[in-house]
Design a protein around this ligand. Structure first.
Ligand SMILES: [Zn+2]
Length: 392
């Protein structure tokens, strides 16, 4: 099969601090064969390799969006969108993610396994790590997606059902949320600690990690105790809803157990902060700093589809972390290598290293000099195939 040799001004393999000046990536059959300085990699390439040089460009791993909903339409009517979602709509949203540089997504909630079926029928990318219907309580957050269960035996049965549907992660709504009328408040726990532990235990039997949606500190703490892999939103709301409850012991526990936090803010996070007002926005920033100081590892995601969060402009969403003071190399690592590890796909994607999938971005400029360059894409490949050539 034909080899492909991409050369560029710079290659960023993924982990922070590893950039290669005048670098190259060699791949074949969708798999990376070699990454390194141009001359060294050129020596390994077959004489017939297809060669492309991106002068002034940077090659880096495809980005990972750790929190999306392909069945939602970003128009604020999630129940209707999920009920009426078509394959063509999911394909359009997947294409938009791919064109914004996202080659892997974790879909954290569909209806009836729609995103799972879509994964099995849609091959041009991005890679989809789906949860199926999120587990919730009767009339609880997102009950309309079909994942409600009452009591431990039903919860365990739900986990097994999602596993049988082909889920690669179990999503549980540990606290209330915003998009379901007449359901528990954001800060309110939907499950007991014992119920969360049963969900994690049943998921473990199926070989699956658990992602817990949790806004309230009590729900966050219970999810951490239960041994979830990631905490979504992780808002630290006080019981009763009066402000934040930043508990050092809970943060330390999350960090110690290697649980990742995905705050899932949209690409238009600036608009979100404006609506919060400067005082609360500052509180939010200090909350993120406090999490980082405790050693909690954050992974980026956008909750695309929910609220008004769109499927384009992932680069814009990543700028939030620059605003929070993360350096650009670290942000790229978070959106590639760290996210792949958190999602359990680190042996497939998330780094430019031999043996992994040729999920590549080529940016026109240097994202380490200016993060907005992550949105100036010359090429995206998924399993070695250029996304642009696969446009519908
Ligand atoms: Zn969500």
């Amino acid at each position: 099969m034909l080899q492909h040799l991409f050369t560029a001004n710079q290659v960023i393999p993924g982990p922070a601090g590893q950039q290669i000046r005048d670098g190259a990536v060699l791949f074949q059959d969708g798999t990376i064969l070699a990454v390194g300085p141009r001359e060294a990699v050129e020596d390994l390439a077959s004489p017939t390799a297809e060669r492309r040089n991106f002068a002034g460009g940077t090659i880096l791993p495809g980005l990972i969006n750790c929190h999306v909903h392909l069945v939602f339409d970003a128009c604020g009517a999630p129940a209707r969108a999920a009920a009426e979602a078509t394959h063509a709509e999911l394909a359009d949203r997947a294409d938009r993610l791919l064109r914004s540089g996202v080659t892997t997504v974790r879909d954290l909630g569909d209806r009836g396994g729609l995103a799972i079926q879509f994964r099995d029928q849609h091959f041009r990318g991005p890679r989809i790590v789906p949860s199926g219907p999120p587990i919730t309580v009767p009339d609880g957050h997102c009950w309309f997606l079909g994942g409600a269960a009452d009591g431990e035996p039903e919860l365990r049965a739900r986990v097994r059902q999602n596993a049988e549907l082909g889920a690669e992660v179990i999503k549980v709504m540990a606290s209330g949320g915003q998009i379901t009328p007449n359901s528990p408040s954001l800060w309110e726990s939907q499950f007991t600690a014992a119920e969360l532990a049963a969900i994690v235990d049943e998921a473990k039997k199926a070989g699956l990690p658990v992602a817990a949606h949790a806004h309230g500190t009590d729900a966050i703490s219970a999810a951490a105790d239960a041994g979830v892999a990631t905490i979504e939103h992780c808002t630290w709301l006080r019981e009763g809803g009066g402000g934040y409850d930043l508990r050092d012991d809970v943060a330390a526990k999350i960090a110690e157990r290697g649980i990742f936090a995905c705050v899932a803010w949209p690409s238009d996070w600036r608009g979100f902060m404006n609506r919060l007002g400067s005082a609360r926005a500052e509180q939010v920033v200090s909350r993120f700093e406090w999490m980082t100081e405790h050693g909690i590892r954050m992974i980026p995601g956008t909750d695309a589809g929910a609220g008004n969060s769109g499927f384009d402009d992932y680069a814009g969403a990543l700028q939030l972390y620059e605003h929070l003071g993360f350096d650009r190399g670290h942000i790229i690592e978070m959106a590639t290598t760290t996210s792949a590890e958190a999602l359990g796909v680190g042996d497939t994607t998330g780094q430019l290293t031999p043996g992994l999938s040729a999920d590549l971005l080529v940016t026109a400029g240097d994202p380490l000099a200016d993060l907005t360059n992550l949105g100036r894409l010359e090429l995206v490949t998924f399993k070695g195939r250029p996304a642009a050539l696969q446009a519908r």
